[in-house]
Design a protein around this ligand. Sequence first.
Ligand SMILES: Cc1cc2nc3c(=O)[nH]c(=O)nc-3n(C[C@H](O)[C@H](O)[C@H](O)COP(=O)(O)OP(=O)(O)OC[C@H]3O[C@@H](n4cnc5c(N)ncnc54)[C@H](O)[C@@H]3O)c2cc1C
Length: 445
Amino acid sequence: MRVGIIGGGITGLALTHYLAEAGIDSVTFEASEEAGGVIQTRHVDGHVLEAGPQRMRKTPGVAELAAAGGIEDAFVEAGDEKLYVYADGKLGCAPLSVEEFFRTDLLSWTGKARLLAEVFTRPGMEQETARDLFVRKFGQEAYEKFIGPLYGGIYGSDPAEMPAAYALDSLMEREEKAGSFLQAFRKRVGQGQKAPPASMEEGMQQLPNAVAEAYSDRIELETPVTDLEPVERSTGTMYRVETPAGTEEFDHVVCTTPASATADLLDGIATGVEDLDSLRYNPLALVYLESDLGREGFGYQVGYGEDLHTLGSSWNASMFDRDGVHTIFLGGMHEPELLEENDERLAEIAQEEFETVTGAESSVIDVARLEPGFPAWDQSWWTLEDVETPEGIDLATNYTARMGIPSRVREAQELAESLTERAETLDSRSLTNADSSTTAAPSDD
Ligand SMILES: Cc1cc2nc3c(=O)[nH]c(=O)nc-3n(C[C@H](O)[C@H](O)[C@H](O)COP(=O)(O)OP(=O)(O)OC[C@H]3O[C@@H](n4cnc5c(N)ncnc54)[C@H](O)[C@@H]3O)c2cc1C
């Protein structure tokens, strides 16, 4: 079997690795000159600046990928996982551990008691929004003060616009197994601590770069797929992949591309894909500030009701010892029009508001824009109900399955396993056919 992979982001790279391990032939086509997709690191004036993800969990899958790229020793791990929320004009530590729960002044005692009452609430329901579910289960105060800002912050989205059916799908599954969200969270935090938040010495993009280098014989950079067509062959349906470099045929094609690119590629091949174009993405601006804030932690999200443009801030300096670097996020679903402002204005907003929140002064290093940005996982996700791909085409994407890097790697591993099984079935079928044709031949004669 021969597999074509469209897109050399972390999903396509992980799939390349797992297929190579399984001995399955594959080619990965990446449109841009570098691998990594949204994992992008810039090096500006000696600073390491992340234009995409700021960190990832060092799960066994992520560690395996780094080892495949020969950079297993290049991980840098973050220390104490302290996240803050700016609410009521001050920074409070989000209660993500039992100690912080009792210590934090983000929540009143009534708010804390209401949050603990979650175990007595009805299970999450697919037809409610993430906001309604969180408020119903944990209370309004906990939602506004930290759950909403932290959860929405992962996507740059507003939980009031996110259907639980999609956005909280896997959380609800865990709730069903554990009995409540709090129990599921307690178990997950226990497991999460085994997989520490990490980056790489040279920044996040060192990981995809190293994997792409290790598999350079299987990866075509600067090779956008411009067309995909099914073609009938004696062995069954094959897929012809067209690029500026020529055409190639594959038994199986995996699309890991952003939604609008997938809509174009699968037009006329899969059903319901034309509406993939309507999946909303949240554009983001990132302003990099240098400051000797001198606080320990991962950063903060801004609580609801605060009169600020800032969505949140990542403290790269504290997490990974990155020379005073603090990344400010602006825009998102909250204020997409902010990206129309020029870099100077964005930098000014970020600097002023960073000082309001932390009291620290800063200087501006750089400004970046990420478009289309984060998949929003909002009401436009209902359109996925109609998407169906034919046999031989798979989607492995951060809008049809979970978005985090470890989940992308896990999905690639699972898909590689199922493709390996399929390849074995195809092999045994062709062996059986070959056997029956050799035994049949003499009697036919
Ligand atoms: C700003 C931001 C912050 C994030 N923060 C975190 C975080 O802190 N921790 C975490 O774990 N995750 C985080 N994530 C999520 C995670 O980084 C992404 O979900 C993941 O990297 C997506 O990888 P992917 O390979 O699925 O898709 P992508 O990275 O989007 O890769 C798709 C690739 O397809 C290529 N492509 C497009 N069209 C074509 C074509 N026609 N032919 C060939 N190639 C094509 C693109 O160039 C791209 O390289 C963040 C994401 C963003 C955007």
